[in-house]
Ligand binder design. Structure first.
Ligand SMILES: [Zn+2]
Ligand SMILES: [Zn+2]
Length: 147
């Protein structure tokens, strides 16, 4: 895991480097699925709830994470596509804006994931309507569950 790159990202977003912030980014990086605050609590028991919630909030504000629409009541979070690509040294992102990719929820295992390579198609609205945000969740079977 590239700790130096994680620290660089915190620094670029004018965030103080703390072990908690680094560990939250690393956890998201290690997970290919979206995570809820509860998942964070379970997987990072060394930090208290308040710290984790505050970290999530800060990361959303800074665009490091984005909120994923989910109808299960729980809020899910995903790492920004640009940041994931930087940390994994993948090719430059096709999805530049963090909220313009499709999200996928598997109806079998219940996991939600970001599909950063798959963009939300262009939405058109009647005249004098303005879009603030497009949140598109596709439901179906994920790779692992599809037989
Ligand atoms: Zn599945
Ligand atoms: Zn996403």
């Amino acid at each position: 895991m590239n700790t130096t790159a994680v620290k660089e990202i915190l620094h670029e977003h004018q965030l103080r480097i703390t072990a908690g912030r680094c560990d939250v980014i690393k956890l998201f990086l290690a997970s290919s699925y979206a995570l809820s605050a509860k998942d964070l609590e379970n997987q990072l028991p060394q930090y208290d709830r308040v710290t984790l919630y505050r970290t999530l909030h800060t990361f959303i504000e800074k665009g490091i994470l984005h909120l994923i629409p989910h109808d299960g009541g729980l809020a899910y979070f995903g790492l920004s596509g640009t940041i994931r690509q930087r940390l994994t040294n993948q090719k430059p992102p096709t999805a530049v804006h963090h909220s313009d990719h499709i999200h996928f929820t598997c109806t079998v295992c219940g996991r939600t994931e970001c599909l950063p390579e798959h963009l939300v198609p262009k939405i058109t609205l009647p005249k004098n309507y303005q879009i603030d945000e497009v949140a598109l969740v596709v439901k179906g079977q994920c790779q692992a569950c599809y037989k």
